[in-house]
Design a protein around this ligand. Structure first.
Ligand code: FMN
Length: 502
């Protein structure tokens, strides 16, 4: 599809202002003024472009379009979705490793930039190792390993198995560049993962969507500044209003190419009283450079096709999940935002800033007690409250425990923790076939045996950060699912359209 139409390319990759109309000639040189967003050396490097494919010549053709604007091309061997099964790509190529070899090797031999690959783990460590060796022998320069099997998706996502990644590290040549993927929900997980897997880097997808500050520096105590917040218990994180502002400002600067509106510094409770004046917000709105009213109306009717603007609503629903669960007027305002209507998003930002300001004032005034109710223990999962504890979900593998560790006040960026399959089963949210039940029992048994046999294999407690893989408000292809942002019966319609690739 990428090679077929310029329109499709433009929806997925925008390295040039005038679009990727033709296949670049290897010797083409581009002036900075011709360059737009993707792979632009001034804002977007390093960048690896990923394709899913099952035909080596087609893959090479597509890769040649992007090669001048990226550092490497990656082959997606991890997608577990039904559409990948139908189209025979992603994780459904696992059974045809000769084809995988040809796909990678074709790029390795013919492409001007390196080729890399992202795979899932197979049934056994040994099979996974052989699979990894095959990919590397074809010429992959970096191997990203998602520590879940192909069928670990949706309710069955569960935890990624870092011990398999460790096994690869120990059994592949030392110079192999390995990225670990899965279970990275919080900044703290990054070092833990690097240590436990021995990988050279980690990759985070959903953790990064819910908390875009996941790779950010955590400031030392006393040096929080305005963007970072630390509570009375010492736990903190980046403020959603801060991240939302930065998100908007990136769009103004790079997509709309207008100066971001002048903004007052983010509110802090010890600011002078003038910071509380409501007109501060209105000023900011008025400062936004907006087209004349008539044009605005026309623009709003014409649906934008810009992937950058289409992604805003889904991105913001991820970022603001705990906040919109509490403040339904903000949830509704965000749901009403039309793609491309920047003023509407700016108005949501101001609503977010206002509720954050009130919450911070209340937190200080009550010496932190205003949040106590929100931090009471969540109800125990059905499993642990059952009299017959034979099938209890171990605490260190429970999402309830993870929720406790990850939870921050609703105005702070935080991951969304899904119930683990065992918990979902107990709650009746997941029904498995007999075959699947038997497989799950077998897997449990195998894990128990492994952890009792070897001290080298990290216990799941170390990788307890729960599953966030393939279920998301916005999937790989931009399709959306209804997502219950309250974790309860009330559902919010997640964004209708959006595009998040990878
Ligand atoms: C919205 C979304 C889109 C994704 N798109 C891709 C993709 O295009 N290619 C890919 O290899 N993996 C994709 N993934 C899977 C992630 O790369 C990752 O392997 C998986 O989510 C587990 O990592 P995480 O726990 O950090 O989310 C996607 C995941 C999400 C949530």
């Amino acid at each position: 599809m990428f090679t077929e139409t310029a329109k499709f390319r433009d929806h997925h990759f925008q390295p040039l202002r005038n679009g990727l109309t033709n296949k670049p000639n290897g010797s083409d040189k581009y002036a900075q003024s011709e360059l737009y967003l993707d792979g632009n050396p001034s804002v977007d490097r390093p960048i690896i472009v990923q394709f899913c494919a099952n035909d080596p010549a087609e893959l090479l053709d597509a890769a040649q379009y992007v090669a001048p604007f990226c550092d490497a091309v990656d082959l997606n061997l991890g997608c577990p979705q039904g559409i990948a099964r139908k189209g025979r790509y992603g994780a459904f190529l696992q059974e045809d490793q000769e084809l995988i070899y040809k796909l990678i090797n074709t790029l390795h031999i013919n492409l001007s930039v390196p080729v890399t690959a992202k795979m899932r783990i197979l049934e056994s460590k040994e099979e996974t190792l052989n699979y990894a060796k095959k990919i590397l022998s074809a010429g992959a320069s970096i191997l990203t390993v998602h520590g879940r099997h192909r069928d670990q998706k949706g309710h069955k996502t569960g935890l990624a198995d870092w011990s398999v990644i460790r096994y690869l590290r120990e059994n592949l040549p030392k110079e192999t560049v390995l990225f670990a993927n899965g279970n990275i929900l919080r900044t703290e997980d990054i070092d833990k993962c690097l240590e436990e897997t021995g990988a050279d880097a980690v990759m985070s997808a959903e953790g990064n969507l819910y908390d875009p500050s996941i790779f950010g520096e955590v400031p030392p105590i006393g040096e929080e500044g305005r963007e970072y917040w630390r509570g009375r218990d010492g736990k903190g994180g980046y403020r959603m209003d801060a991240v939302f502002r930065r998100y908007m400002d990136i769009l103004y600067k790079h997509v709309l190419e207008v100066p971001p509106p002048a903004r007052k510094p983010l509110f802090l409770p010890n600011d002078s009283p003038s910071a509380l004046e409501p007109c501060a917000e209105e000023e900011a709105v008025n400062d936004v450079e907006r087209p004349p009213k008539k044009k605005q109306k026309r623009d709003q009717k014409e649906k934008t096709s810009s992937p950058n603007l289409l992604a805003m609503q889904p991105h913001l629903f991820h970022l603001l999940r705990p906040l919109v669960s509490k403040h339904h007027h903000i949830r509704d305002a965000l749901a009403r935002c039309k793609a491309g209507d920047i003023a509407a998003f700016e108005a949501v930002l101001q609503m977010v800033e206002a509720v954050t300001r009130d919450a911070l004032i209340e937190y200080e005034a009550t010496d932190g007690k205003s949040m106590e109710a929100d931090f009471q223990d969540p109800p125990a999962p059905a499993a642990s409250s059952e009299k017959d504890g034979s099938n209890d979900v171990a605490l260190d593998e429970s999402s309830v425990q993870t929720v406790k560790e990850c939870k921050r006040p609703w105005w702070i960026c935080q991951p969304y923790v899904r119930p683990l399959p065992a918990e979902a089963l107990k709650k009746g949210a997941l029904h498995l076939s007999k075959k699947e039940l038997a497989k799950m029992a077998e897997e449990e048994q195998r894990k128990k045996l492994e952890s009792s046999k070897s001290f080298e294999i990290p216990k799941p407690s170390a990788i307890e950060f729960a599953s966030l893989a393939s279920m998301s408000a916005v999937d790989v292809l931009g399709h959306t699912e209804l997502e219950d942002v309250n974790g309860g019966p009330e559902t919010v319609e997640a964004p209708k359209e959006g595009l998040v690739c990878g």
